[in-house]
Design a protein around this ligand. Structure first.
Ligand code: ISE
Length: 351
């Protein structure tokens, strides 16, 4: 029997997941969408057969005809909504960030633990991108020796400028690199420093863009991260790992001749002969498909795959420290609870 899915939040990701469930995911069907903006919810529901629009997200969670929930609302309402999903024992795929700060994320981890069964997957879709997954496997295989460094690049063409704040780069964009670092190293991050270069003139006055963040891993490895959300060109995301016997890059274009030129011979000036993806829904479209399919399959088995609530909490804890570092420029130690104390001895290690 198909998993009956409800989606909370009908913005970019809610709409994208609705189309995905309708067209590309097996074993599940979208039955309801909820958003406080009821007109928008109705418009999305009308695009799909047999989908109801609900104004109150918590009513969708309680709905007996909804078996599982995708939370694609803004981060500041995640805690209440995910806690409601746990209280109703509904498998949940929560878009990042899990919540806005580490204390609230820890409350989610504890509620899921007390519920006694795994229910929450956090939407760190990069883990399902074929190249990121392959890089993780390569590093874990030991073929390159011990991993020493990661260099992450994360560029968006632009962000909606109204109300944009520097903290959003840490909480909404850098948070992906936090998960990538933990995933690739299989270790926690113990400290973060966020540096503020001279900003681009394309950012709002007072917004620090780009930002460069440095993570220190528990084993002493370092991760450098450039996050630049008004780069003007397109969506460029990649991860280079440097290990004792080699290096590897996930996220380099796979097709097309790599040729650069100041003239027109290789395409537009400064281009490489292929197209740069416009945004994350395109670049990570396949990763989202694989992530949602894996979530559906696991939910039907009563399991959770991909990033767990602990991974979501650990990422939020690093970003909480990162926001402090953004304000002061200092290196800030990450205050992470002891995993075994919270989850019990024998809990799965970071991965
Ligand atoms: C956005 O919220 C995302 O999650 C994207 O993956 C990220 O690349 C972008 O910078 C964020 O604004």
């Amino acid at each position: 029997q198909d998993l009956r899915v409800g989606i909370i939040g009908v913005g970019v990701m809610g709409g994208d997941h609705a189309d995905r469930l309708a067209r590309r995911i097996g074993g599940a069907r979208l039955v309801a969408v909820a958003d406080p903006d009821e007109a928008r919810a109705r418009a999305l529901a009308a695009r799909h057969d047999g989908v109801r629009a609900v104004a109150d997200p918590l009513a969708l969670v309680a709905d007996e005809e909804v078996d599982a929930v995708i939370v694609a609302s803004p981060g500041f309402v995640h805690e209440e909504q995910v806690l409601a999903c746990i209280a109703h024992s509904k498998p949940t795929l929560c878009e990042k960030p899990l919540t806005m700060d580490s204390a609230s994320s820890l409350r989610v981890v504890e509620a899921e633990r007390d519920a006694g069964r795994p229910l929450v997957q956090v939407g760190f879709m990069r883990r399902f991108d074929p190249q990121y997954a392959e890089l993780r496997q390569l590093l874990a295989s030991g073929r390159l020796g011990r991993t020493l460094l990661l260099h992450n690049t994360h560029r968006n063409k632009s962000v909606p400028n109204a109300d944009f704040r520097s903290e959003m780069i840490v909480r909404d964009s850098l948070v992906h690199e936090v998960d990538v670092a933990r995933f690739m190293f299989g270790e926690e991050i113990v400290a973060i420093q966020v540096l503020s270069p001279a900003p681009t003139s394309h950012a709002l006055d007072g917004v620090v863009d780009p930002q460069v963040a440095v993570f220190t891993m528990a084993g002493g490895g370092l991760v450098t991260n450039e996050v630049f959300v008004n780069c003007q060109v397109g969506y460029e995301v990649r991860c280079e790992a440097v290990a004792e016997r080699g290096s590897a890059i996930a996220g380099r274009p796979q097709t097309g001749l790599y040729a650069t030129s100041v003239g027109e011979s290789a395409g537009a000036p400064g281009s490489w002969g292929g197209a740069v993806d416009p945004d994350y829904t395109v670049r990570f479209g396949l990763a989202y498909d694989r992530e949602v399919q894996a979530w559906v399959d696991a939910a039907r088995r009563g399991e959770v795959v991909g990033a767990t609530s602990w991974d979501g909490f650990a990422a939020t804890a690093v970003c909480t420290a990162g926001m402090q570092s953004l304000a002061t420029g200092e290196r800030v130690a990450v205050d992470l609870a002891d995993r075994e104390v919270v989850l019990g001895v024998g809990a799965r290690a970071a991965q």
